[in-house]
Every structure is written in C-alpha cells, then in structure tokens.
Design a protein. Structure first.
Length: 247
C-alpha cells in the first residue's frame, strides 16, 4: 500500500525537537526520504538513533555559507519545511536592538537563506513545495508581549505569499502553517522562566478556546497534507492550527 509521501525528498529544518522533529517523523512514516537538519547535533543523534531512515545533518540555517554548501549536496528536493524559530518575550519597551536583530536573523533570515539556496533545484525540476512555520501571533493576531516575535512571524507570511506569487508558473507552491500555542520543549522552557510557572501554564491554556494547547503531532498532520499531492491546488495561504484562537 502506497503512502502519502512515497519517494518524496524532503528537507526539514529545526528537526531536533518540537514541531520540526514531529514533522520529520511524520514525513518519514508517510514514505518520504527525509533530510533532518538542526543546529543541535545531540538532538539529531537521538532522532537518527530512533529513526535510522531519517538522514541527519548539523546545520545552522542562519549561516549563509553552510546553507549553500548543504544545498549544493542535494540533487532533488520535493519539499522544504522551514521550522526554525525563536520566541522573544516582551513589548517594544523590553525589546533592544540586539533582540530585534537576533529574532529577525533566526526567524526570517534563516528561511530566506534556505529558500534562496534550494529553490533553484525546484525550478530545474519544474516542481516544488515550500512550507514555512509562522504563527497565529503574526499578521493574523496580536498578543501582548510578543512584539518582535509577532513581527517576524508576520514577515514569514509575507515571504510565503511572495514566493508563491513569483514561482507559481514554475509549479512551485509555498504555504505557511500558523500554530497557536503548542506543547514543545521551547514552550516548557518559556513557562519555567516565569516567576510562577504553574500560573503561567494555566494562563497559556486559558487563552486557548479549546482549553488545551496543541501538540507537535497535530501540526505535523497538517504539514503532511500540505506536503502531499492532495494539496496540489493550494498555494500562498497561511493555515491556522490554533485551537480556535483566531475565531
């Protein structure tokens, strides 16, 4: 029985944990040849040990030269899944220039480098699919204390629409996924940073209309659909998966 992503070559960034890891696993389970990249070699080693069919590569997606060298080693890429991201906490009064620059470097420049390096392969193939992880906190919705995070995630939606418009005639699709709060190691670390982590966790859950937060596996399921030929008529869209936050 064939699987939804049989023989597709897929590159996944930030695949060491959270949404990136769950998506890399889901892609592999659906028959894809997955190249999992991350800046953290230890988490990649764990992923490769548990899922030996997934190829792993230590890669800093904010390093232009490293991204170009990695991309040069690829002969065929059907799907690029960009999941690199960082959450800065604070309003504009708590955001210094270095915080602003760091967030833009991680959240948007990493995707710029990855797409710019890999899209020529897709153009040559006359076929390709790019999926960028944005957030419901973006141009879709504003939340307190998420100034630079929301700004960068809005930029990802703009990037997504621009790529979709520019390369639609090359049979290259580009969509974004906009999750609400998702239970990831990153989220756990943010909760622990509060003075009262127990209250912080309750507050995060309380702002979700479904009264729970999402799972990486739920986001991965949407990613599988967008990576598959089932979604071949969809491009340039930010797809919320947020437990009702955008209602």
């Amino acid at each position: 029985m064939s699987k939804r992503l049989d023989n597709k070559n897929i590159v996944v960034t930030a695949a060491g944990q959270g949404i990136g890891k769950a998506t890399a696993i889901a892609f592999s389970n659906e028959g894809a040849n997955v190249y999992a990249t991350d800046i953290n070699s230890k988490t990649l080693e764990i992923l490769n040990k548990d899922y030996p069919n997934i190829k792993v590569k230590n890669l800093d997606s904010t390093n232009k030269k490293a991204v170009e060298e990695f991309s040069a080693s690829l002969k065929k890429v059907d799907v690029l899944f960009n999941a690199v991201g960082f959450v800065h906490h604070g309003s504009i009064l708590e955001c210094d220039e270095k915080d602003w620059d760091f967030s833009f470097n991680v959240n948007i420049k990493s995707m710029f480098f990855m797409i710019k390096s890999i899209i020529p392969i897709m153009i040559k193939q006359n076929k390709g699919n790019i999926i960028n992880v944005s957030s419901i906190v973006s141009s879709l919705r504003g939340l307190p204390n998420r100034l630079v995070y929301g700004t960068t995630k809005a930029a990802i939606i703009g990037l997504t629409k621009s790529i979709a418009a520019d390369f639609i005639k090359n049979n290259i699709r580009c969509n974004a996924i906009a999750p609400g709060t998702v239970h990831t190691p990153s989220w756990e670390n943010r909760v622990k940073a509060f003075k009262d982590p127990v209250k912080a966790k309750k507050d995060f859950i309380a702002r979700q209309p479904m009264n729970r937060i999402g799972t990486p596996e739920e986001v991965a399921s949407l990613a599988v659909y967008l990576a598959s030929d089932e979604s071949d008529f969809i491009t340039g869209i930010a797809h919320p998966i947020d437990g009702g936050m955008s209602i």
